[in-house]
Design a protein around this ligand. Structure first.
Ligand SMILES: Cc1cc2nc3c(=O)[nH]c(=O)nc-3n(C[C@H](O)[C@H](O)[C@H](O)COP(=O)(O)OP(=O)(O)OC[C@H]3O[C@@H](n4cnc5c(N)ncnc54)[C@H](O)[C@@H]3O)c2cc1C
Ligand code: FES
Length: 340
C-alpha cells in the first residue's frame, strides 16, 4: 500500500505491508515520523488524512483525545492503510540520521525471568540475529492473546548483541503484565518492533550527563551507564544518576549500580527516611521525591550538561520542570521517555 506523507518541510512516500500501522511502516522505511510512546497514548503521531481510508486498530486509545476526527485527524501508530493514502503531518520530518538503527520487526525468545522486587521482573529476549540499538532506546513488545504493543526500554548495551534485557514494573490489571507475571514464561515467543526513541546517549556527546529515573525508568539509564563505562566517558566528563523509588524494598540493581565508577549515584526514597548505613557504601541514599533530591544536589552544577529523564509521567514532568526552570537547560539537552 503506497503512503504519501506531506510534512512541513517536504514530502515522502513509502510502502506499508497489509495491516501495518502507518507509523511503523514510515519508520521502517527510514523516515523519522513524529512519535513519542508509539503505542496510542501521547498523541504525538497525529496526522491528517487527505485521501484514502485507514483502519483504526484501537478506537479507544487514550491518545485519541488529542485528535479531531471531524478534521480527518488520526493516530499513525494505531491506524493501518486500507488503500493508498495521502497524509499531512504538521511537523518538520527528516530521514533518520545516517548510522542510526532503523526499526524492524523480530521475534525473540524470553529467557531468565526473575523477580527483582515484589513487583518488578527482569528478563531477556534472545534473538537469532544481532539486534543493534543505541543506549537509552526502547522496543515495542507483543505477545499472543494481548492486543497491541507495549513499550519497554533496554537496560543492557552491546554492539552486535543477540540479547535485549528488560525490567518490567507490574501494572495492576495490565494485560501484558498479567501475562508476564502470571505464568512460567521462560521460552515464550515475543514479537518486537524497534529500536525506537530519541533519549539516546553516544560518547561523542562531549558533555556532563545527568540521569533522573523514577522506578523502572532506571532501565534506559542502565543502558546509558553501560555504554558510558565501556567508553570510559566519566573519566573525561562528570556523571550523576538519581534513582527514585518509594522505599528501599522497591529498589533494585543496587549491586549493579555499585559497580559503575566515576558516577555520583543517589537513591531517593520518597516514602521512608533514608537509612544512615546500607550494604551499598558507594551509593548515597536521600529522603524525598527524586526531582527534589536531584534539584538540591545539582544546584550550581548545570553547566555543559545533557539530562536524561525516564519513568512515570508525573515524575518525568516534575524533573523536566526543574531542568527548564532551575537548570535553564535548552530543550535539546533534555531527553526523556514517559512510561505511559
Ligand atoms: C517509551 C516507553 C518505555 C517504557 N519502558 C518501560 C520499562 O522499561 N519498564 C516498565 O516497567 N515500563 C515501561 N514502560 C511502561 C509500559 O509500557 C507500561 O507499563 C505497559 O504498557 C503496561 O502494559 P500492560 O499491558 O501491563 O497494561 P495495559 O493497561 O493493559 O496496557 C497498557 C498499554 O498497552 C497498549 N494497549 C492496551 N490495549 C491496547 C489495544 N487494545 N490495542 C493497542 N494497544 C493497546 C497501550 O499503549 C496502553 O497504554 C514504558 C513506556 C514507554 C512509552
Ligand atoms: S506516538 Fe502515537 S499516540 Fe504516542
Amino acid at each position: 500500500m503506497r503512503i504519501q506523507v506531506n510534512a512541513r518541510n517536504r514530502g515522502y512516500d513509502f510502502e506499508a505491508l497489509p495491516g501495518e500501522k502507518v507509523l511503523y511502516a514510515g519508520l521502517r522505511a527510514g523516515i523519522d515520523l513524529p512519535y513519542e510512546c508509539a503505542t496510542g497514548t501521547c498523541g504525538t503521531c497525529k496526522a491528517t488524512l487527505m485521501s484514502g481510508r485507514v483502519r483504526d486498530g484501537w478506537p479507544e486509545a487514550p491518545g485519541k483525545k488529542f485528535v479531531k476526527p471531524a478534521a480527518n485527524e488520526f493516530l499513525m501508530c494505531q491506524c493501518a492503510a486500507e488503500e493508498a493514502l495521502t497524509l499531512e503531518v504538521s511537523k518538520f520530518v527528516y530521514p533518520v540520521e545516517t548510522g542510526a538503527c532503523v526499526p524492524q520487526k523480530a521475534v525473540g525468545t524470553l529467557r531468565k525471568p526473575r523477580m527483582l522486587t515484589h513487583d518488578v521482573m527482569g528478563f531477556a529476549l534472545e534473538f537469532e540475529e544481532p539486534r543493534e540499538f543505541d543506549a537509552g532506546q526502547f522496543v515495542l513488545l507483543a505477545c499472543e492473546g494481548i492486543a497491541g504493543y507495549r513499550g519497554y526500554s533496554m537496560c543492557n548495551f552491546a554492539r552486535g548483541g543477540r540479547s535485549l534485557d528488560f525490567v518490567v514494573k507490574r501494572k495492576p490489571d495490565g494485560g501484558f503484565c498479567d501475562w508476564l507475571f502470571g505464568g512460567k514464561r521462560d521460552g515464550a515467543r515475543v514479537e518486537t518492533f524497534g529500536p525506537l526513541g530519541k533519549a539516546t546517549f553516544d560518547p561523542a556527546l562531549g558533555k556532563n550527563v545527568l540521569l533522573i529515573a523514577g522506578g523502572s525508568g532506571i532501565a534506559g539509564m542502565m543502558s546509558i551507564l553501560v555504554r558510558a563505562q565501556e567508553a570510559r566517558y566519566f573519566e573525561r566528563h562528570r556523571g550523576w544518576l538519581f534513582f527514585g523509588v518509594r522505599t528501599l524494598r522497591d529498589a533494585f540493581f543496587l549491586d549493579e549500580l555499585s559497580r559503575f565508577s566515576n558516577v555520583d549515584i543517589t537513591v531517593a526514597l520518597s516514602e521512608e527516611v533514608a537509612p544512615a548505613k546500607t550494604p551499598w557504601p558507594k551509593l548515597r541514599f536521600e529522603t524525598g521525591l527524586v526531582h527534589e533530591v536531584a534539584k538540591r544536589a545539582m544546584a550550581g552544577k548545570y553547566q555543559d550538561l545533557r539530562a536524561y529523564v525516564a519513568g512515570p509521567p508525573p515524575a518525568v514532568d516534575a524533573a523536566i520542570r526543574v531542568l527548564l526552570l532551575e537548570a535553564k537547560l535548552t530543550t535539546d539537552n533534555i531527553r526523556y521517555d514517559k512510561y505511559t
